[in-house]
Ligand binder design. Structure first.
Ligand SMILES: NC(=O)c1ccc[n+]([C@@H]2O[C@H](COP(=O)([O-])OP(=O)(O)OC[C@H]3O[C@@H](n4cnc5c(N)ncnc54)[C@H](O)[C@@H]3O)[C@@H](O)[C@H]2O)c1
Ligand SMILES: O=P(O)(O)OC[C@@H](O)[C@@H](O)[C@H](O)[C@H](O)CO
Length: 490
């Protein structure tokens, strides 16, 4: 942690310690301002998905750890080079703005030693194969895993099919042909793992930090499946024996940065930072799995290591992310733009509470402090200084509904109840799909086709894209249709 400024009021008055406006954020200027040299730490972590969340969460935990100077991150973007270019121009530095209801605290984070365009698969392979590298973290979004509804590599996705062909041609070849390098995250990572096997660089931990249930196990089975599809026996064996997959429950609400956030950081600190990140003060990280090659002392920042992650994961995915998804469609249908606006609407708030009541019936009552968790969630959602757009949360809803809402609905139906609140979330999404109001979705074409079916047929086809098992219960289709009709009249 290198440089911190605090503003005391919600109005964002700048701190007394602010530097003169417009000083470019980079290591030279930081050293001049703090009087301490700021050298990048040696790379021991590779990261895929250099987005806002990685920088508010894993990079922050690493920055705060006691041994931060031993653990540098080489962070790769997933699709566009923009974030890598902006952060590389700042020598890996960026400002993290923690925004509470009372004011802002801005800290310069320096755990990213290298920011790289994800298209540089050569550089990723080099880092993953390096003996110094101990772990790889991922935040490539749920859709970035490119899996089908059964959790297998989605061969209907042309990028996955092309990558399987590339893996088939390259994993056993003497040298990788990187002129036509893989495009999907797990295929790129698999190439790195094979290079590590050849280098004899030892064990590696892969740590998924995406909002997916059993994210470690899902990453493991998907990478094994890719190796199998590519008939890469040696890579497959190495994955099974030398690579451990850590499951995580990750939590810190981090919206997309806006131009107003960039201006707020400049006003509070004087730094001209092209790529700051805004987040809430709350943070949580629960991990389960082995780090055979070591890890930073993340517990210093509050990370917890547990044997059984399942209850923590479900609590967070259902209560926080599930209600976010409900708000994204039901709140938007009532004209709201942000989470805080939507939960401030008593009707919508009651829908959230009703959904929570359904979800908690299927969570263990011991050790999770479910009442406290829900109360804290309401406080977090009510923080109107965090402008979390429903349109951002609602993207890629098909994948999100599958893991956040459908399991609660199925559990409620299995227990003989109607699952009204879960049905409402699906109904709001169906209504948005039928009136072409859905935010972007990776399977947008399939959604448009399904939504164009007549009457209840559209509901059937839309639900099939979310979770085909929902169709085993005809009453679900009827209930979701009714809920969708109700939203269409709002
Ligand atoms: N933002 C949050 O509050 C939050 C909290 C907990 C967990 N997460 C997890 O982190 C993920 C990323 O969130 P973010 O806020 O950083 O988003 P972001 O849009 O800022 O960054 C996403 C990153 O993933 C990459 N990416 C996107 N689609 C990809 C694809 N198809 N293949 C490979 N890479 C891809 C992007 O290039 C970018 O580097 C979320 O989807 C979620 O799973 C986010
Ligand atoms: O990041 P996504 O797109 O998976 O989901 C949107 C939000 O539900 C999510 O970002 C939460 O804010 C986050 O998971 C809180 O820790």
């Amino acid at each position: 942690m290198s440089d911190t400024s605090t503003t005391e009021s919600a109005a964002g008055a700048s701190a007394a310690a602010a530097a003169p406006a417009g000083l470019d954020l980079n290591r030279r200027n930081l050293a001049a301002r703090t009087g301490t040299a700021s050298e990048p730490a040696p790379v021991r972590i590779a990261h895929l998905g250099l987005g806002a969340f990685h920088r508010a969460h894993q990079a922050w935990y690493t920055d705060v750890a006691d041994d931060a100077n031993e653990w540098g991150i080489a962070a790769f973007t997933g699709r566009s080079p923009q974030a890598a270019e902006e952060i590389a121009a700042q020598d890996g530095l960026y400002s993290l703005l923690e925004r509470s209801v009372h004011g802002d605290t801005v800290t310069v984070i320096d755990s990213i030693s290298e920011a790289v365009d994800g298209a540089r698969v050569d550089r990723l392979v080099e880092h993953v194969a390096a003996p110094a590298t101990a772990l790889v973290t991922l935040t490539v979004t749920e859709a970035g895993y490119a899996l089908d509804a059964d959790g297998r590599p989605d061969l209907a996705n042309p990028a996955v099919a092309a990558d399987v062909e590339w893996l088939r041609r390259n994993l056993d070849a003497a040298q990788f042909d990187l002129a036509e390098a893989p495009r999907t995250a797990l295929a790129r990572l698999l190439a790195g793992v094979e290079a590590r096997r050849r280098a004899g660089a030892g064990p590696l931990a892969i740590v998924s930090c995406d909002n997916l249930p059993e994210n470690g196990e899902l990453t493991r089975s998907s990478m094994l499946a890719l190796a199998e599809l590519a008939s890469a026996t040696a890579t497959r064996e190495h994955l099974a024996e030398q690579v451990t997959f850590v499951s995580t429950s990750i939590d810190r609400i981090t919206p997309k940065t806006t131009p107003a956030d960039v201006a707020a950081v400049a006003a509070a600190t004087g730094w001209h930072d092209r790529s700051p990140v805004v987040t809430e003060p709350f943070h949580d990280w629960v991990l389960s799995g082995e780090f055979r090659a070591g890890r930073p002392a993340w517990e210093k920042a509050g990370a917890r290591f547990v044997d059984d992650i399942d209850p923590f994961e479900r609590r967070k995915l259902w209560l926080l992310n599930g209600s976010h998804t409900l708000l994204a469609y039901a709140g938007a249908a009532r004209g709201h733009r942000t989470v805080a606006e939507a939960v401030g609407d008593p009707e919508v708030r009651s829908w959230v509470e009703q959904f929570w009541a359904e979800a908690v019936r299927h969570l263990p009552s011991e050790g999770l402090d479910l009442d406290g968790y829900r109360a804290a969630l309401l406080d977090r959602f009510d923080n109107a200084r965090i402008q979390h757009l429903l349109g951002q949360i609602g993207q890629d809803g098909t994948t999100k509904l599958r893991v956040r809402i459908a399991p609660v609905l199925r559990a409620e139906r299995a227990a003989g109840r109607d699952g009204e609140a879960s049905v409402r979330a699906l109904g709001a999404w169906v209504a948005a799909a039928r009136s072409a109001r859905l935010p972007a979705d990776r399977v947008g074409d399939a959604l448009a086709t399904a939504a164009s079916e007549p009457g209840e047929r559209a509901v059937v086809e839309l639900l099939r894209l979310v979770d085909p098992e929902l169709l085993d219960d005809p009453a679900v289709v009827v209930a979701v249709s009714r809920a969708a009709d109700a939203f269409e009249t709002i």
